[in-house]
Design a binder for this molecule. Structure first.
Ligand code: ADP
Ligand code: MG
Ligand code: MG
Length: 255
């Protein structure tokens, strides 16, 4: 059983007008096998939480802590975080020119394990996982994110997650821009990873529709860099029906 603990996290970002505090004291604990949904209006700081866990250099943690089984995550490099078992899928993944999906994944697996997986097993693992995700086998030979459609990017994220078997996965807006079929494939992938590996999942989403396929154990609603409300799956159902209006000061659009 692993624990990812975020305690009173304050995070600032450097802007042209100076430093701006975005996360204003976020506390949450995620355990193996649990799914926590982070929901909330646009601009409430959801992605900032993901980037802070990932160690993105633009985001400065000014106080508070993030620990993984008691180890200080904030003092780890981005690679060390991956080796410790954290997986981050980003809302805007970057292209990696000249590197195929297959090599990219094998390199990532090698970085985590400290040794390269046996090629024969690896190729079989990649093939099996891709077929479960209903991906065309030629996808493995394409360059990472080069010309990927929205659906392909998301499937690639889930493929990474399935093959890297993280202790904790942070999925930011994995459902944005997906049609219903693709959404279901992605959701099935997340559920399969949890069944197989008991990963904890932090599922960041503005929309409630992916939560029809992935049942969260806990729902946290972000508003203005804080958790404004917490509950179980029923809170997501309520937000689906009512939107975020009651969390947003009147006069501002609940984007
Ligand atoms: P969400 O993911 O909930 O939509 P974000 O974490 O992306 O919210 O953004 C929260 C707030 O922080 C927004 O007001 C956004 O403009 C600001 N912000 C986030 N990242 C940056 C950045 N790199 N530079 C400037 N402002 C940023
Ligand atoms: Mg909780
Ligand atoms: Mg975001």
């Amino acid at each position: 059983m692993a624990t990812l603990e975020i305690t009173d996290l304050h995070v600032s970002v450097d802007t042209e007008e100076g430093s701006k505090e975005i996360l204003k004291g976020v506390t949450l604990t995620l355990k193996s096998g649990e799914t926590h949904a982070i929901m909330g209006p646009n601009g409430s700081g959801k992605s900032t939480l993901a980037y802070s866990i990932a160690g993105h250099p633009k985001y400065t943690v000014t106080s508070g802590s993030i620990t993984l089984d008691g180890e200080d995550v904030l003092s780890m490099s981005v690679d060390e975080r991956a080796r410790a078992g954290l997986f981050l899928a980003m809302q805007y993944p970057v292209e990696v020119p000249g590197v195929t999906v297959s090599n990219f994944l094998r390199t990532a697996r090698t970085a985590i394990d400290g040794e390269a997986p046996k090629l024969r097993h690896w190729v079989k693992d990649v093939r099996t996982t891709m077929s479960e995700l209903r991906m065309d086998p030629t996808f493995a030979d394409r360059n990472v994110n080069e010309g990927f459609s929205g659906g392909e990017k998301k499937r690639h994220e889930i493929l990474q997650m399935e093959l890297l078997k993280p202790k904790f996965a942070v999925l930011d807006e994995t459902d944005s821009g997906l049609d219903v079929d693709a959404l279901r494939v992605v959701a099935e992938g997340v559920n399969r990873v949890q069944d197989k590996t008991d990963s904890g999942v932090l599922l960041i989403t503005h929309y409630t529709r992916i939560l029809r396929y992935i049942k969260p154990d806990h729902v946290h609603v972000f508003v203005d860099g804080r958790i404004a409300e917490q509950g179980g799956a029923e809170l997501a159902d309520q937000l689906e029906a009512e939107g975020y209006d009651r969390f947003v000061p009147t006069g501002e659009p609940a984007a």
